[in-house]
Design a protein around this ligand. Structure first.
Ligand code: G3P
Length: 231
């Protein structure tokens, strides 16, 4: 499973990159607006920070012509940019044309299986079902993800499923179990994936025990310890 960060914050991207497990970033107009800098500059800085990872940049036009213009523009900025287009009839018209031109498109704001079926047929590179936002209205987002995975497998669609609006580690785990190609998550969820209270407690005990026996144990990277035959 590829890990994407759902953010436009360079600080968060750089922190996540330091672990060597980040594959890309999804931005949207809300996330970009928080960064208070020109959009092109922001996306290019993100591409730089990702060192080869994928950056998703969303269009803001709502008509097909405008979407085509903006999608072609954003993908011209850097080879690792995927154009993000909302799941609307105009968006699907734009998608069909762009996929015919070989432009990689992520269809966003997907909330139903029929929507996912349509965009796979139209050649989307990524489809982004929003799990958390379905949960918010008392529909199980994971049920939608399961349906999409089943349909895509039945027809061997090439569209990659990008599980989005992930709100907690269980969303990530369940999406991984279903074989979602990518999970995009806020930095907070990314950090939560590392944590377990037993890891913290176990480490604390190990270090206390080491400290108690420090005189005998010495330093791991310190001077050589006198041992028979050792120098
Ligand atoms: O990637 C989808 C994301 O931008 C929406 O997430 O948490 O705002 O529902 P959220």
């Amino acid at each position: 499973m590829k890990f994407f960060l759902d953010t436009a914050s360079l600080d968060e991207i750089q922190q996540a990159m330091s672990f060597g497990i980040l594959d890309g970033v999804t931005t949207n107009p809300t996330l970009a607006a928080k960064e208070k800098k020109p959009f092109k500059q922001l996306i290019l800085e993100i591409c730089d920070a990702l060192k080869g990872g994928i950056a998703n940049a969303e269009v803001v036009s709502t008509d097909t012509e405008g979407m085509l213009r903006e999608a072609r523009e954003v993908v011209s900025w850097h080879p690792n940019i995927v154009a993000k287009i909302p799941m609307t009839p105009d968006g699907v018209r734009a998608l069909s044309i762009l996929s015919g031109e070989g432009v990689r498109v992520n269809i966003t704001l997907v909330f139903s299986a029929p929507q996912a079926l349509i965009v796979a047929k139209a050649g989307a590179y990524f489809v982004s079902p929003f799990l958390g936002r379905l949960d918010d209205i008392s529909q199980d987002g994971l049920v939608l993800l399961r349906e999409i995975m089943e349909i895509y497998r039945a027809y061997d669609f090439k569209t990659q499923v990008l599980a989005a609006s992930l709100r907690h580690p269980l969303h990530v785990v369940e999406a991984a179990k279903m074989g979602a190609h990518i999970g995009t998550m806020p930095f907070k969820v990314f950090e939560q994936l590392f944590k377990h209270p037993l890891t913290d407690r176990g480490l604390e005990t190990f270090l206390k025990d080491w400290e108690k026996a420090r005189e005998t144990l010495g330093d791991i990277s310190g001077p050589a310890v006198s041992r028979k035959g050792a120098r």
